[in-house]
Design a protein around this ligand. Structure first.
Ligand SMILES: NC(=O)c1ccc[n+]([C@@H]2O[C@H](COP(=O)([O-])OP(=O)(O)OC[C@H]3O[C@@H](n4cnc5c(N)ncnc54)[C@H](OP(=O)(O)O)[C@@H]3O)[C@@H](O)[C@H]2O)c1
Length: 305
């Protein structure tokens, strides 16, 4: 299969991206460098991760050491929209536009390949923020624009206002949260689904202190079993469980964003194009859906009012 997917007429998005959530600014330089050296050409960060400066430093160092040009790398960042329910100020069109300027300054870049609204929290300001992203695309500061954690209802709001549709929607997608109706809607509307938290079913997913999630005790127990279906498949293909989960996503057409701070896992998670899950395994995984996502400790944000 190809290693990238068409995002817009001018922009290809690499299937393999590197996630940086929960890697602190001071710690993120080395993993970003390691990822780019291992072949990742797509890096995902966000204003809300408070690590854009470190991500930018890692990108700069890796471009030099790997002899790459900026246009060989795909970089995503996200607007933190503000959440009044959490005592924050909601961004307006104007503060959305200046937010990307600040992200670019921290990243040390003149443009990003994709700019996303991180979540649909701000009902009163959703359209205003989207207008800001449309303006940023017009200015060339974001080559493509999209949303994250938006449901069909949230995207229909944009459509009803006569605004251009997003190029992508980054959502929690893995065998335990397949969101089939939302994905069908996205594909029908030419919106690329980007998968985050692909590795939720692993027993090792976010076990570090403070890396909270809404994963249930049942899920934790199931992930720790000696013979999970993913372990069985991993043995069959001679790969890791993580590779099975990531390969499932890209075979479905979803770019993935595995995060790791381990150089060995970073390298192995990138090895996705030398094997394929057979039809029987894809059909077996299709039956494993358990519903809503678990990456956000306070509940699946696609459910936002
Ligand atoms: N838009 C959103 O709202 C949103 C929400 C969540 C995530 N994201 C994006 O998506 C990215 C990925 O999601 P995520 O960080 O939630 O989780 P993930 O990438 O699915 O999983 C990361 C977890 O799995 C472990 N891990 C990684 N590779 C492994 C391997 N080969 N074997 C065993 N364990 C492994 C990591 O530990 P080690 O680091 O110790 O290896 C970490 O605990 C994020 O970093 C972020 O960029 C976006």
């Amino acid at each position: 299969m190809k290693n990238s997917r068409t995002l817009t007429a001018d922009v290809q998005i690499p299937y393999l991206g590197f996630g940086t959530y929960l890697i602190a600014n001071d710690d993120v330089v080395a993993p970003v460098r390691a990822a780019i050296a291992a072949g990742y050409r797509h890096i995902d960060t966000a204003e809300g991760y408070e690590n854009e400066a470190g991500v930018g430093a890692g990108i700069k160092q890796a471009l030099e050491s790997e002899g790459l040009a900026r246009n060989e790398l795909f970089v995503t960042t996200k607007l933190w929209p503000g959440n009044t329910a959490w005592g924050q100020t909601a961004k307006t069109t104007e503060s959305t536009v200046t937010s990307l300027d600040e992200s670019l300054r921290r990243l040390g870049l003149s443009y990003v390949d994709l700019y996303l609204i991180h979540a649909p929290f701000e009902r009163e300001q959703r359209l205003a923020q989207w207008r800001g992203l449309v303006e940023l695309k017009r200015q060339g500061k974001a080559r493509a624009i999209g949303v994250s954690n938006f449901s069909v209802k949230h995207i229909e709001e944009l459509k009803a206002a006569g605004l251009p549709l997003p190029d992508a929607n980054q959502i929690e997608l893995h065998p335990w949260s397949q969101k089939t109706a939302l994905v069908r809607y996205l594909e029908d509307n030419r919106i690329t689904p980007i998968a985050y938290s692909s590795l939720v079913p692993l027993s090792t997913w976010r076990t570090a202190e403070g890396h909270a999630s809404a994963k249930t005790d049942q899920m934790k127990a199931d992930g720790a079993q000696a013979d999970t279906p993913f372990k069985v498949m991993a043995r069959k293909y001679g790969v890791s469980e993580a590779q099975v989960l990531l390969r499932w996503a890209i075979q479905k057409g979803y770019p993935v964003l595995p995060k790791s701070t381990s150089p060995d896992r970073i390298r192995k998670n990138a090895d996705l194009f030398g094997f394929a899950l057979d039809e029987g395994d894809m059909a077996a995984i299709a039956k494993m859906d358990r519903g809503d996502g678990v990456a956000w400790p306070m509940g699946d944000p696609t459910k936002a009012a």
